[in-house]
Every structure is written in structure tokens, then in C-alpha cells.
Design a protein around this ligand. Structure first.
Ligand code: ADP
Ligand code: ZN
Length: 599
């Protein structure tokens, strides 16, 4: 493995392998097939990039997204690796040039779109040159049930039929076992070795807090913890995306929008801005994100509840790919629950699908309401057994929620549902409990029923939290045919009979800010360090603009931080810094030493 390690150090500038990288690289370099399941930011790309350099011939990388291919090749070229793309973004002449060079043995890696790869022309081309390996990135695109399904992916088994002696590596960050099985079957990887990494993302801090005024909460969160940082804000609707982006902009933030209702052109301009300009906030629907491998996204915020833990984890996973501390932050309230339920009901899907969707939503709700470590909850959901009981880096661990005995209050809420024949939504039920004489209450004579006014002692906010948790805990559900009307579930019987007590979370704080611990401190702490940091960043921005690439292609934040902390003064010392390989040392070494000495 020593030569792989040399490449890692010299070309990529990293001191050591992470997790299972070394094993995977050795397996693939020796000609073995494998399927790699690793979370986002785990370091999947190196698993085929290093074997590509070790083995004879060119590595063919299949990737579903043009932007992703382009970013990867830009970054590889920057460190002196000979890589190119072949996809529909090239003109005919450009494509022909790439093909010629390919035949001339110029490339170590070629990124190819699946539809291009499967053409007779390209398959024939490949018979004329030595192929080092096939890498199938985002392999979950073969799954017909997933939302990233790409029909061409299911024909990729042809690679093995035509080129049986070329090793294959398939990679994905999708954790669920059904998708894994589908990949193995469709790509014919039954005999391939499976590498499954832990799906934990220890540098991401999870927070899920009660929603009261989501916009102001968002603003306070960003201003408090993420001034000048890049981040993604997810909203459910296009309208809300635009409103939120406008609101952030009016408060002096650099925010842009992205949703499927915008033209392709505007979308790609905004995406490019997000990648290139530092400190940009992308407000988007879930249409945004796949293939975005920007490493320095410092936060992902959700203003609406995702439909499942799978979605939540995939979306939050876009934060902190570079391994530096990042926040996953979400506000959530009663309306989210009702809205998501309604969307399932109105989806027009078959009942089997609705049933699955409802189960996934319920799992998401229980993550929101859990009084134990969120990280552990998520990992268990994905079937990962962990020794960890408290991660120390989620809101629950950092600030354990208090619970209170809400048996009596839940009984009142449930009996109010019962007395009104399970025909009404939470708003009206709360009016009855609080004794509000609204028109609707009068119209239905609900001021005459026994539950009228029995909940005066608690504010509306608390009642909403009680209803929300009663739904999340499965005591109440929304009716199929009546909009938002709450109905009793069998599970609530023992409570009404007084045989079971209910403990609920006390409301969480409206904001979430915790003392940053030392190791969570992203930015330098002293003034001198700060000064150096700013100088390095300004220099990096200048170089990136000159070359027309995103700043992180020049150096990651992590590299700049290490420069600030260790302040190397010689070439040899610079070589020890993570992210500085031979090529970057040659190109930028002198500049850096000048800045660091002057610092
Ligand atoms: P994935 O494709 O699994 O999401 P990437 O391959 O993009 O992850 O890697 C995530 C980040 O981690 C990249 O910025 C990469 O340069 C960095 N990285 C990968 N492996 C190592 C390593 N062994 N040492 C240091 N950094 C690494
Ligand atoms: Zn935790």
C-alpha cells in the first residue's frame, strides 16, 4: 500500500487515509469489484481516484450530473491529475478532441455521462484502449423507487459483460438496505465485496426546535452562528422559497433562490453563484442539492418538516463535507405535522404507498419529539447499532429537554376530540379548551360541552405543543376525508381510562445557541490569527477569481485554518499541511510563505 499512501501525500496532500479508504483502494487496485456505502463527505472519490493512478490505463467514471463531473475534474486538474469530462455540455468538436486524447492515452480519469457511455460508438472506443477500472458514482440512481432514478443506470451491467476483466466500484451515500440490494442486483455485483462505513457525521450538530416565528428564528440563528457562512435553507413551497430569500436579502444577507418553477438558465446561474461566491445562502425546495459537492456548506436549515428521516438525513448531509463543524437546524410545529399528513392523503397514490409514507412520517416525528440523543436515534433508524448513548453534539445532548407529566392535559385534549365527534382541527379544539367564545364555538354550541374552558390555565402555545406531541406519539391522527380534523387512535384508550401516564417534552427554547466548545470553534480566536485568516482568504478569493474556479478548489477552509494555527515558514513545513500536495506547493508555496512570514 505504500505507493497508494505516497499518492495520497504527494498528489492530494493528505497525511493519512480515512476509515476504510485504504482497504477499498487496495482491493480495487488488485482487480476486485466492490460496492462502497459511505456517508456524504466520507471520502468516496479517493477510493477510485487513487486506483486510477495506480493501475494501467484510464479509469472510466460514470456520474449522473454534469455539474458534479465538472467540479471533480477541475479539482483534479488543479492538483495535476489528468482528467476530463465527456457529456452533453461539450460541442461536437470538443467531444471529438477528448476522444482523440483518450485514444492517445492522455487521461488518468474520464468522467462520462451514462447515456454517452452506452452508445455503440463509445463502447467500441473502449475496446481500443486499456481501461483501469469502472467507477459507478451515485449508484443508487439504479433504484426505481428512489427519487434519483436514471433509466440508463439500469443498463450499466453491460460494462461487466463487455469488459469482464476490468474491476468495478459502485459508490453511494444512500443508507437503506432495500436500495443496497437493488444496486447489487441491477449492476450484477453479487460477488463484489461490500464496504459499509458508519453513517455517522460527527461534525454535524443537530437541532430541532419548536417553531413559533420561523423567519425570525432563522434570522437569529444565522446572525448568531453563521455570519458570512455558506448555507442551505430548505422550504416546502416555491412561494415560501422566494419569500424567505427576499426576507433574508432585506436583512442584509446574500441569499438566492432555487426551485423547479424557475427556468433552467436561472437555476444554473444561481447554483453557480452558490458554488463560487463565499458566504452565499441558498434558499431552495428539495429540487436543489443532488450533486452539490461544495465542501464548506456550514449549515442546512429546514423551515418545513421533511417527509422522512431518509430525506432529512440526505438534506442535512450536505453540510460540512469538509469535516469542519456544521449545523443542521430545523424548526417544526403542529402545522407541519398536519400539512405533511394532508399531502400524503391528497397524493392520489395507492393505499400501500400511503401506508409506507405515513410510517416514514411517523418515524420523522418521533425523531423530532425524542428526549434522547438525536444522532443515536438516526443511526438506529438506519439499522446501525452503536455503543454511543449520548453524542454530545446534538441539541438533546447539549441541553437535555425537561419532561413534565402531562397525563391530565392529554386526557383533556383527547376528551375534547371525543366530545366534538372527531370532526374538528386543533385550532378549534384549543378554542374550546381555552374557553374562547368564537363564532365557530357558538355556532356548534361547543360552549355547552363539558370540556369548554377546562384548559384555561395553559396558553395556546402549550396546547399546540400538546396536540403536536399527541399526534407524534400516535394518540391522535388526522382524518382521511376531513381536512385537518383530529381523530382518536386505539392507543389512547389506556390514557383516557387513567391506566397510562404521558410524559411530554417541555417546550424547547425559541433559539438554539450553545457555547461553542474549543474543538467546535471554526474560526481562529486571537486577533493575530484572525488577521492572518482574513489575509489568506482574500488571497484565495483573488486566485480563484483569476482561474475562474470556486475558492475551495484552491484550498479548503480546513487547509487555511491549519496554516493559521501552525504558521509554517518553510517549504518543508508547508508540505506537512493537510491539503497541500506537490503541485499546490509548487504553484502557491511562495505566495503562502510570503503571507505567513508577513503575518
Ligand atoms: P463523498 O464523495 O464521500 O461525499 P468526497 O470524496 O467529496 O466525499 O470527500 C469529502 C472531502 O473529504 C473532500 O473535500 C476530500 O478532499 C476530503 N478527503 C477525502 N479523503 C480524505 C483524507 N484521507 N484525508 C483528508 N481529507 C480527505
Ligand atoms: Zn446527541
Amino acid at each position: 500500500m505504500s505507493s497508494a499512501l505516497n499518492i495520497l501525500k504527494e498528489v492530494f496532500g493528505y497525511p493519512g487515509f480515512r476509515g476504510q479508504q485504504a482497504e477499498i483502494i487496495s482491493h480495487l487496485s488488485n482487480g476486485g469489484d466492490c460496492l462502497v456505502l459511505m456517508p456524504t463527505g466520507g471520502g468516496k472519490s479517493l477510493c477510485y481516484q487513487i486506483p486510477a493512478l495506480l493501475r494501467e490505463g484510464v479509469a472510466i467514471v460514470v456520474s449522473p450530473l454534469i455539474a458534479l463531473m465538472q467540479n471533480q475534474t477541475t479539482a483534479l486538474n488543479e492538483i495535476g491529475v489528468r482528467a476530463a469530462v465527456l457529456n452533453s455540455s461539450l460541442s461536437i468538436e470538443e467531444a471529438e478532441l477528448v476522444e482523440q486524447r483518450l485514444l492517445g492515452g492522455v487521461y488518468d480519469l474520464l468522467y462520462v455521462a451514462p447515456e454517452r457511455l452506452l452508445t455503440g460508438r463509445f463502447l467500441h472506443l473502449m475496446t481500443r484502449i486499456p481501461i483501469a477500472l469502472f467507477a459507478i458514482d451515485e449508484a443508487h440512481c439504479v433504484s426505481q423507487w428512489g427519487h434519483d432514478f436514471r433509466p440508463e443506470y439500469s443498463q450499466l451491467s453491460i460494462l461487466h459483460e463487455r469488459f469482464p476483466s476490468v474491476p468495478r466500484i459502485a459508490l453511494t451515500a444512500t443508507a437503506d438496505t432495500d436500495t443496497r440490494q437493488e444496486i447489487i442486483e441491477r449492476l450484477g455485483l453479487g460477488k463484489a465485496r461490500l464496504f459499509v462505513s458508519s453513517f455517522d457525521r460527527p461534525n454535524i450538530r443537530y437541532h430541532i426546535i419548536d417553531k413559533n416565528n420561523s423567519r425570525s428564528q432563522l434570522l437569529a440563528f444565522i446572525q448568531g452562528e453563521h455570519r458570512n457562512d455558506s448555507g442551505i435553507v430548505y422550504c416546502l413551497s416555491r412561494k415560501k422559497v422566494e419569500e424567505t430569500a427576499g426576507w433574508l436579502t432585506s436583512h442584509g444577507m446574500r441569499a438566492i433562490a432555487y426551485h423547479a418553477g424557475m427556468s433552467t438558465q436561472v437555476r444554473s446561474i444561481n447554483q453557480e453563484k452558490f458554488l463560487r461566491e463565499e458566504g452565499t445562502i441558498m434558499v431552495a425546495t428539495i429540487a436543489f442539492g443532488m450533486g452539490i459537492d461544495k465542501p464548506d456548506v456550514r449549515f442546512v436549515a429546514h423551515l418545513d418538516l421533511p417527509k422522512s428521516i431518509e430525506s432529512y438525513y440526505q438534506e442535512t448531509g450536505r453540510a460540512g463535507r469538509d469535516g469542519q463543524p456544521a449545523n443542521a437546524w430545523m424548526v417544526y410545529g403542529l402545522n407541519d405535522v398536519i400539512q405533511q399528513r394532508r399531502m400524503i392523503e391528497e397524493s392520489g397514490a395507492q393505499s400501500k404507498f400511503k401506508h409506507v409514507a405515513a410510517k416514514k412520517l411517523q418515524a420523522m416525528l418521533s425523531l423530532c419529539e425524542t428526549t434522547a440523543c438525536r444522532r443515536r436515534h438516526i443511526l438506529n433508524y438506519f439499522g446501525e447499532i452503536t455503543e454511543m448513548t449520548a453524542c454530545g453534539n446534538c441539541d438533546v445532548c447539549l441541553d437535555p429537554p425537561q419532561v413534565w407529566d402531562a397525563t391530565l392535559e392529554v386526557q383533556k385534549a383527547l376528551s375534547c376530540v371525543y366530545r366534538t365527534n372527531q370532526n374538528f382541527g386543533a385550532g378549534h379544539l384549543i378554542d374550546i379548551l381555552r374557553g374562547n367564545l368564537t363564532e365557530r364555538v357558538k355556532q356548534w354550541h361547543h360552549d355547552k360541552i363539558s370540556t369548554f374552558g377546562i384548559g384555561k390555565n395553559l396558553p395556546e402555545k402549550t396546547w399546540r405543543a400538546i396536540f403536536r406531541q399527541a399526534i407524534a406519539l400516535g394518540f391522535l391522527t388526522t382524518a382521511n376525508d376531513k381536512h385537518g380534523a383530529l381523530q382518536l387512535v386505539d392507543a389512547c384508550r389506556p390514557i383516557l381510562k387513567g391506566q397510562q401516564t404521558v410524559a411530554l417534552r417541555l417546550q424547547t427554547k425559541a433559539t438554539s445557541s450553545y457555547e461553542r466548545t474549543k474543538e467546535n470553534d471554526v474560526l481562529p480566536s486571537t486577533t493575530a490569527e484572525h488577521y492572518l485568516w482574513e489575509r489568506l482568504r482574500t488571497w484565495r478569493t483573488k486566485i480563484a477569481q483569476e482561474q475562474g474556479v470556486p475558492a475551495y478548489v484552491i484550498f479548503h477552509d480546513a487547509t487555511l485554518l491549519e496554516l493559521v494555527r501552525l504558521c509554517p515558514q518553510t517549504e518543508d513545513e508547508l508540505r506537512q499541511i493537510t491539503g497541500i500536495g506537490t503541485r499546490k506547493l509548487d504553484k502557491y508555496g511562495n505566495h503562502l510563505i510570503e503571507i505567513l512570514r508577513g503575518g
